[in-house]
Design a protein around this ligand. Structure first.
Ligand SMILES: *[C@@H]1O[C@H](CO)[C@@H](O)[C@H](O)[C@H]1NC(C)=O
Ligand SMILES: *[C@@H]1O[C@H](CO)[C@@H](O)[C@H](O)[C@H]1NC(C)=O
Length: 187
């Protein structure tokens, strides 16, 4: 048991150090005019986070992008009350049956969340999504975020959406390592 914990801790640290190394996100050009000053290549799920933090307003303009198949879904969020999935204040996006991107906020309140639209514990504005070059991209302005600049972040992806509801994601490997800590002033 103790050994398992140590290995798990090691894995966590190893993956978080990747967040600040590779930096292929730096070369990414968004189709919109907005330029993001900071970015991180997240360690799993072919995912990247770009952001501008406004320390006066305590808001963060983010763009989360991840490789995804047309019928899949992506999600990214902040967990203000814990480090895992439950408690995450999430943004979720997928294509509807007409191929149009749909995006909304939802709260992950259990291990089998409803995944229906729900307001978050902080304000969200300018929420939008697009599908470009096999990547789904969610952008939004979050906050004011009142708890400093370091947050537990959680991201996820799944292969299916049914009746407008993202279906359960796989439960192995990258899908259970998709969380970490991020300081919006760090990069
Ligand atoms: C940051 O937020 C403040 C207060 O809302 C605003 O006046 C300022 O223009 C923002 N700065 C940037 C760089 O957007
Ligand atoms: C700040 O922390 C409190 C207590 O952990 C939490 O309930 C609240 O949702 C957090 N707010 C934000 C914006 O993260």
């Amino acid at each position: 048991m103790a050994i398992t914990r140590i290995i798990l801790l090691f894995c966590t640290f190893a993956s978080l150090s990747l967040m600040s190394s590779a930096q292929t996100c730096k070369n990414y050009k968004f189709s919109s005019k907005i330029g993001f000053n900071s970015c991180a290549d997240l360690p799993v799920l072919q995912a990247h986070l770009h952001w501008n933090y406004n320390s006066t307003a305590e808001t963060v303009h983010i763009a989360y992008r991840a490789n995804q198949i047309p019928r899949g879904w992506i999600s990214w969020g902040i967990n203000p009350t814990g480090s895992g999935m439950v408690g995450t204040q999430a943004l979720v996006a997928f294509q509807d049956l007409n191929g149009k991107m749909k995006v909304y906020t939802t709260q992950i309140n259990s291990y089998s969340p409803e995944m229906k639209p729900k307001p978050l514990s902080f304000s969200v504005s300018e929420l939008s999504a697009e599908y470009v070059n096999d990547e789904m991209i969610i952008s939004a302005v979050l906050g004011p975020l009142s708890n400093g600049t370091t947050f537990n972040i959680v991201w996820q992806a799944g292969n299916a959406v049914s009746n407008g509801i993202p279906q359960s994601h796989p439960h192995y490997g990258p899908y259970i390592r998709s969380s970490g800590t991020l300081d919006f002033l760090s990069l």
